[in-house]
Design a protein. Sequence first.
Length: 295
Amino acid sequence: MTDTTSRNTFSLLGLGDMGTALTRTWLTAGHSPTVWNRTPAKAEALAAGGAVAAPSAAEAVAAHPLVVVCLLDDASVGSVLEGVDLTGKDLVNLTTSTPADARARAAWAEERGARYVDGGIMATPTMIGVPEAGGYVFYSGSRAALDTHRAVLEVPAGVRFVGEDPGHAALHDVALLSAMYGLFAGISHAYALTEGEDIAPKDLAPLLSEWLGAMGFFVGNTAERLTSRDFTTGVVSSLAMQVAASGTLLRTAAEQGVDAGLISPYLDLMRRRLESDPAAHGGEDTAGAVLLLKR
């Protein structure tokens, strides 16, 4: 489906760091969106660069068929759009939310006559409008609405559609961020272990990068095992061996005066998997531990 949105027929509500970065990128590309923010000065500053400042959220929504929302949270979306006529609008919500929030907001929008698309931005504001930075946005919900406005939406960052379930963009977003924070936790623990030793952080850094890169196979390997439910074929480092070795990690943390709180939950998870049935799970790799996380 071809894009039918011209360069001055969409509105953006919310001009925090991300909303401002989005608007500046659209302006640079020759678009002139209508913008609104609770603090009018932010909209007025962008108007100097070619945007159109709307005096109210309702007037911004009324101005164009495409309405992009980038606010603080889901409650802010409901508050800002309360009583605003959404009939015939395509609402693209780039506000960070949970899958349940996104699904509820989609139903709320559709009841008001709008097509709904949820978005999860996988980029910082400094990555917006910089293709080589690799930023993109997960989108889910109305495929027809997304296709209608794809040419506009792909200007600030890449477009990745992950399904018509409105909650899937948020779910993908949080899944990737959760993995990121787990990685950050391990890196932080590694630096804490060497803090105060004659090991410079800048010397440890390339070793960490190299090692973590080598462990990247775990992502695809875990996906394959969770799909097949075969946790034993081709195992190189068994669960039993890793649980036995985990004691060394914890003793080292204690010796170095480091709180093991960042790594002990995963070590405990491996131990629980093993102890639930040593004969069945001892020869597995660690992917099966994922099953213990589902409540």
